[in-house]
Ligand binder design. Structure first.
Ligand code: UDP
Length: 310
């Protein structure tokens, strides 16, 4: 296959490109390097079949030749980014998604959207099935990301209905693995870095809020499965049901790192989702997909990477 991946220099995007190249696909990767990492591009350029275009996907995409798949992963995704670059986030979710869908339409490609568990907001249903419409504060700090992704989902369906584009939507839940940006600000990279340095581990709020953290290899397998199942629209949750509270995660990371860092409780974030865990029935049914790497194994591999790269 010949596929376009946006956000190719990012955490998920670079892992996805690697898997696609590994199976012999040709990949054209786009990234504007706002949150992407140069090391990820260098690593991909070392493989056969990878072309990199440094461009913001909110601008028109011109890809010569045939394109079998367009996978749109470009977006800043850390709550730290929500505070700093909310307009960029909304533009890539809206204009960027429109450009990617336009490209898929012109080329007759399968289109896969990287959506998010954030579309459920501070969910009132637990675990979250795809049929749940969510509980999002559109004008809160997280609104820029949540609403951009909700708009991107709606736009994908509009292109499917009006132009017959073959769209598939993946709702990604929290993910572990190598290649997080050093100062990403998300919970796992922060806790691991703090534990390795012996700094206090900053638990926001009382730590009773939960997340379910899926290993990146499993997450990326979900995207490939979506690409390889034309006609499946979803949305499909891709994550793990290994749910853990943030306080327990802090303790576990500390234990696994072998650190003596104290745990420090700091102010919680506004609109922070209280409980997050995917219902995975649809992923099993429609994609034959199942997570394989248990939480602790994912943490072990993530910590091993940070020991070398932090
Ligand atoms: N969190 C924390 N300490 C940190 C960073 C995050 O306690 O240094 C908490 C955050 O309040 C949230 C959870 O960890 O409840 C997950 O946050 P993350 O930034 O990873 O992303 P989210 O899942 O909220 O999008």
């Amino acid at each position: 296959m010949r596929v376009v991946v946006t956000g190719a220099a990012g955490f998920l995007g670079s892992h996805l490109c690697e898997v696609l190249l590994g199976r012999g696909d040709e990949v054209v990767g786009y990234d504007n390097m706002v949150t992407g990492q140069k090391e990820n591009v260098d690593l991909l350029l070392a493989a056969d079949g990878f072309t990199f275009v440094e461009q913001d996907v909110t601008e028109h995409l011109e890809v010569p030749g045939p394109v079998d798949g367009v996978l749109h992963l470009a977006s800043p995704a850390s709550p730290e980014d929500f505070a700093e670059i909310p307009i960029k986030i909304m533009k890539v979710g809206a204009l960027g998604t429109a450009n990617c869908l336009g490209l898929a339409r012109v080329k007759g490609s399968r289109f896969v959207l990287a959506s998010t568990s954030e579309v459920y907001g501070d969910a009132l249903v637990h675990p979250q099935p795809e049929t749940y419409w969510g509980n999002v504060n559109p004008i809160g700090e997280r609104g820029c990301y949540d609403e951009a992704k909700r708009f991107a989902e709606a736009l994908s369906l509009a292109y499917a209905r009006q132009h017959g584009v073959d769209v598939g939507i993946v709702r990604t839940f929290n993910t572990s693995g190598p290649r997080f940006r050093p100062a990403d600000g998300r919970v796992l990279s922060t806790f691991v870095t703090q534990a390795l340095r012996g700094d206090p581990i900053t638990v926001q709020g009382d730590g009773s809020q939960s997340r379910s953290i899926c290993y990146v290899d499993d997450q990326v397998r979900g995207y490939v499965a979506m690409l390889d199942h034309p006609g499946v629209v979803g949305p499909v949750n891709i994550g793990t049901s290994d749910e853990i509270t943030i306080l327990r995660l802090a303790e576990l990371v500390r234990e696994m790192v072998g650190s003596t860092s104290p745990i420090e409780f700091v102010e919680g974030r506004p609109d922070d989702p209280r409980q997050r865990c995917p219902d995975l029935s649809r992923a099993r049914q429609l994609l034959g997909w199942e997570p394989q790497v248990p939480l602790e194994e994912g943490l072990r591999r993530t910590i091993a990477w940070f020991r070398v790269h932090a």
